[in-house]
Design a protein around this ligand. Sequence first.
Ligand SMILES: CC[C@@H](C(=O)O)C(=O)SCCNC(=O)CCNC(=O)[C@H](O)C(C)(C)COP(=O)(O)OP(=O)(O)OC[C@H]1O[C@@H](n2cnc3c(N)ncnc32)[C@H](O)[C@@H]1OP(=O)(O)O
Ligand SMILES: [Co+2]
Length: 140
Amino acid sequence: MIGRLNHVGIATPSIDKAVAVYRDFLGATKIHEKFALPAQGVWVCFVDTPNSQIELIEPYGEDSPIHGFLKKNPAGGQHHVCFEVPDIIAARDDMRAKGATVLGTGEPRIGAHGTPVIFIHPKDMGGVLFELMETPKDAH
Ligand SMILES: CC[C@@H](C(=O)O)C(=O)SCCNC(=O)CCNC(=O)[C@H](O)C(C)(C)COP(=O)(O)OP(=O)(O)OC[C@H]1O[C@@H](n2cnc3c(N)ncnc32)[C@H](O)[C@@H]1OP(=O)(O)O
Ligand SMILES: [Co+2]
C-alpha cells in the first residue's frame, strides 16, 4: 500500500527564518512561495529536493493543530512524514482494520497538493505522525 515518500513536514514558528536553513546552509534553490491553508490551520512552504520535498509549516490561526507541537518544541522540528497511496479511502479503511487511529473524523481533507489526505496518530506508529495522501493523477 505504501507509495513514494512525498514530503517530510517540518513545523516552525517562522517559515521565513526556516527557509534560510535550506537556502543558506544546504543550497536549496527551488523554494516555493508560502501560502495559507486555513482549513488545515497552517501556512505552507515547499522546498524541492532532488527526490522529494520538505514541507515547512507554521501555525495559521488559534486552532492550528501544530500549536501543541511547537509548545513542546519551541524552535520547531520534524513533525510528520507523508507517503503517497493510490486510493485514500482504501488506505484509511486498511489502517483502521489494522487498528490504527485515523485522526479527526477520518474523512479525508484536501491537502497542500490538492489531493485528499489523512493523518494517523503517532501513538500507533512508533511515535511518528504519518500523513497519507492520494497520489496526484498527473504525477510521476
Ligand atoms: C499542509 C497541509 C497538510 C499537507 O497537505 O501536507 C499538512 O501536512 S497539515 C500538518 C498539520 N496538521 C496535522 O498535524 C493534523 C493531524 N494532527 C493532529 O491532529 C494533532 O497535531 C495530533 C497529532 C493529534 C497531536 O495533537 P496535540 O494537540 O498536539 O495533542 P497532544 O499534545 O495531546 O499530543 C498527543 C501525543 O502525541 C504526541 N505528538 C503530537 N504531535 C506529534 C508529532 N507531530 N509527532 C510525534 N508525536 C506527536 C505528543 O507528544 C503527545 O504524546 P504524549 O505526551 O506521549 O501523550
Ligand atoms: Co504534510
